[in-house]
Design a binder for this molecule. Structure first.
Ligand code: PLP
Length: 439
């Protein structure tokens, strides 16, 4: 077996010599060397332990190195590491059954991918094939992945450099009361105006040209904006009115993050297609997929589906999914996420928001929270990048690893976080926010 470098300085040197990093100016990359993980802690090369409020990229929903899952992966590796996607395996069959059990309505057929972006690609291809229409409507302030179609339905600035193939993607505004483009003052106004805007967009684009509306059930990277009561049901009604499919993206919000198995469980809405990734295996082995309605599955009953992946339903990934789902269930992790959200993170972050002039709003649910940092409470001007970076640095210096996006700090620990760990993290965040306040 090849030997791995053990000296943290050598690991960092090799990284900078040979690894090309996502979304980064390569000369400015300075990665933290990570050598281990344990529950809600990450162990860095210098031996420091960081309380993980990031879920890495919001995916380690069961915490780090959960023994039931690492053992299941090892057992699968010992028995059968890999197969062609055409074959049936115990891990793939059982993972599909477990996921189908969690999805609403008749979304009982699962196409496995390697991650979220591929799930977006395939959900869109299925919708286009099924409807014979081309356009996909998605919201500004969204993220659906970084492959060509996925980045073009994404509604943030990461789309702009790749904006060479927008044909077939149209954006609209979703509800976001704190930064309302609809001049709304109440959630009900925001909901009604956002729905009216979506319906007008569909009419102006031409309903017969639109295959699907694609939405994150709760937009994640864009700022964790739980939709107002009735919004998603309203979207479903509008889609049905015009024969447009609804695709819900549960990649970040799914698998326990919101204190329910799926974020859509809060809203009583059934999409035609649902994408997932991240939490389904807690990222232990990469896996994503699309849950498909009966009608769309049957569309490909006699004609072949024009798409596939070498590693669709990879045994190691599917074994990790089975172990993750069964462990989450056995250990009550969804209930813990729900309780921590309503009893510790929600109230704690609300207090923090009151104490700090840099915190414009704290919003979220379960273990899925954002602090919207502002330079000015009145104008809600987003806090500058330097000040956000300095605040994150203060968190890290005190042993906390937060997740940051734009002008926000996201509090997105695992579903297993304990009351004490959550309180410790909030206390560090509270102190670090003095930097954001400008003290
Ligand atoms: N969809 C959502 C909501 C996401 O948050 C992400 C990743 O952050 C993706 C899709 C893309 O997933 P991946 O990075 O696995 O391709």
């Amino acid at each position: 077996t090849g030997s791995l470098p053990t000296d943290p300085a050598e690991i960092a040197r090799l990284d900078r010599a040979h690894v090309f990093h996502s979304w980064s100016a390569q000369d400015k990359v300075d990665p933290m060397v990570v050598v281990g993980g344990e529950g809600n802690y990450v162990i860095a090369g210098d031996g420091r332990r960081y309380l993980d409020f990031s879920g890495q990229l919001v995916f380690t929903n069961i915490g780090h190195q959960h023994p039931r899952v690492t053992e299941a992966i090892a057992a699968q590796a010992a028995q059968l590491c890999t197969t062609a996607p055409a074959h049936a395996t115990a891990a793939k069959s059982e993972a599909a059954r477990l996921i189908a059990e969690l999805t609403p309505g008749d979304l009982d057929s699962i196409f496995f991918t390697n991650g979220g972006a591929e799930a977006t690609e395939h959900a869109i291809r299925m919708a286009r094939q099924f409807t014979g229409r081309n356009k996909i409507l998605s919201r500004y302030r969204s993220y659906h992945g970084a492959t060509q179609t996925a980045i073009n339905v994404t509604g943030d600035e990461r789309r702009w450099p790749s904006d060479t193939a927008t044909a077939g993607t149209v954006h609209f505004f979703g509800p976001f009361l704190y930064r309302s483009v609809f001049h709304a003052e109440t959630p009900e106004q925001e909901r009604d105006r956002a729905l009216e805007h979506l319906e007008q967009t569909i009419r102006m684009e031409g309903p017969d040209t639109i295959a699907a509306v694609m939405l994150e059930t709760i937009p994640g990277t864009a700022g964790i904006m739980p939709p107002p009561e009735g919004y998603l049901a309203g979207v479903r009604r509008i889609c049905d009115r015009y024969g447009v499919l609804l695709i819900l993206d549960e990649v970040m919000a799914g698998f326990g993050r919101t204190g329910r198995w799926l974020a859509l469980d809060h809203y009583d809405v059934t999409p035609d297609l649902m994408t997932f990734a991240k939490g389904v295996t807690a990222g232990y082995v990469p896996l994503g997929g699309v849950a498909i309605s009966r009608a769309i599955r049957d569309h490909f009953g006699q004609r072949p589906y024009p798409g596939g992946l070498t590693y669709s339903g990879h045994p190691l990934a599917c074994a990790a999914a089975v172990a993750t789902i069964t462990t989450m269930r056995a250990e009550g992790m969804i209930d813990n996420a729900d309780r921590i959200g309503s009893q510790v993170l929600g109230p704690g972050l609300a207090e923090i928001a009151q104490r700090h002039r840099s915190v414009g709003e704290a919003r979220g649910i379960g273990v899925f929270w954002a602090l919207d940092l502002v330079a000015d409470q009145e104008t809600r001007e987003p806090l500058g990048a330097d000040r956000v970076a300095a605040t994150v640095a203060a968190c890290k210096a005190a042993g906390l690893l937060p997740f940051t996006a734009g002008n926000r700090i996201h509090v997105v620990p695992s579903c297993t976080i304990s009351d004490d760990e959550a309180r410790q993290g909030l206390a560090i965040l509270d102190e670090a926010l003095a930097v954001a306040d400008g003290h």
